[in-house]
Design a protein around this ligand. Structure first.
Ligand SMILES: [Zn+2]
Ligand SMILES: [Zn+2]
Length: 362
């Protein structure tokens, strides 16, 4: 009830209320009177995808967490398209987000889930107190591109979010459809996708790596948020450029960053060592195993075995890569022996994990 007494921040409150209303009213009227504008719809889907990526790969993983370094071209694109999402400047967004991580689940967390699902989703944007928190990101303020976007944010946002799609619509002879689908509808949907990260990923899913924070891992949410759904991993290891660490986990943001790296537009992609990740996961799972009646000694023994087996396997693999070239002068038998050692270490590691999983799931 305390929330109701807070002072409303009218600019965002009106924008966040009026835009969905206008969209919900005008989009069906347009389709009824003009039919489905296929060309502009395709453009709007692509633009929406890029808008979300500019927020997840740009605002979030690049500017807020510095999980990799990007070329100015990539930065400029993230800042231009990111502004079209109407989520504030990258400087403001990142400052709020860093506070979310450092003060998570407390009163100082700008979108704390402890104040309710709706508040964390978008309710916080309705109040002066939570919207107008001091901007504190001195490293980003020093970046001329980020600073420029912050100073001219509203002009860039208007031109990119509504001007650009209207222009594309005009070129396709459907300017109003450009404004409605590429502008209004896209902004509403991409905003909701981002808001889900603050609400749904702090509510739904597994606490795979830590139970110290409310953040959770969920495939469903990952699908809805360009891979941001592995949020328990992210809160535990926030400097990692990946959120879904397995190759098959749905994380288009991670794939985009890898593509940028391949194109020479990103470098220094930061990754948490596998052993650290494994340790955190086994620590969480060990609590469940202990609850099944296994002794602390037994659980610790199993855990240590798995971790040292993984270390041995990783070290052998790294050694093999290092001295691979020297093998050219050696006999085939030496190469085969090295490979057998690696396979043996891999087998021991996997065997340990299998035993662990069996205990965990029975
Ligand atoms: Zn984050
Ligand atoms: Zn979070």
């Amino acid at each position: 009830m305390k929330i109701l007494k807070k002072e409303i921040y009218w600019p965002t409150a009106l924008f966040l209320t009026a835009l969905p209303l206008i969209t919900v009213l005008l989009v069906p009227v347009y389709i009824y009177s003009h039919g489905l504008p296929i060309g502009i719809l395709i453009f709007s889907v692509v633009f929406a995808f890029l808008t979300n990526l500019s927020i997840t790969a740009g605002y979030h993983r690049l500017f807020s967490h510095r999980s990799y370094e990007a070329h100015s071209i990539a930065k400029a694109l993230f800042l231009l398209i990111g502004a079209s999402a109407w989520q504030g400047s990258a400087l403001k967004w990142s400052s709020d987000h860093r506070r979310h991580h450092s003060k998570v689940d407390s009163d100082e967390d700008p979108y704390s889930i402890t104040k309710g699902f709706w508040y964390a989703h978008m309710g916080w944007l309705f109040y002066k107190e939570s919207v107008n928190q001091t901007i504190s990101a001195p490293d980003l303020k020093k970046d001329p591109l980020v600073d420029y976007q912050d100073r001219y944010y509203y002009l860039i946002a208007i031109l990119m979010s509504f001007g650009f799609p209207t222009l594309v619509g005009y070129w396709m002879d459907v300017p109003l459809a450009g404004f409605l689908f590429g502008g209004c509808l896209r902004v509403v949907l991409t905003q909701q996708s981002t808001f889900l990260v603050n609400s749904l990923t702090h509510t739904l899913g597994k606490q795979t790596y830590s139970d110290k924070v409310s953040a959770r891992d969920s495939l469903l949410v990952a699908f809805l948020t360009h891979g941001e759904g592995y949020h328990n991993f992210h809160h535990t290891f926030q400097i990692d450029y990946r959120n879904g660490i397995r190759w098959y986990q749905w994380d288009p943001t991670k794939w985009t960053i890898r593509l940028l790296w391949l194109a020479g537009l990103a470098k220094k992609l930061r990754k948490i060592p596998d052993t650290e990740i494994l340790k955190a996961r086994l620590q969480m799972e060990s609590m469940k195993i202990r609850a099944k009646g296994y002794s602390d000694d037994k659980v610790e023994h199993l855990k240590e075995n798995i971790i040292s087996a993984q270390l041995k396997y990783k070290k052998l693999k790294a050694d093999y890569t290092l001295v691979k070239n020297q093998f050219q002068d050696r006999s085939q038998i030496q190469i085969d022996l090295f490979k057998i050692e690696i396979e043996k270490a891999k087998f021991e590691f996997q065997l340990g994990l299998k035993e662990w999983k069996l205990i965990l799931n029975t």
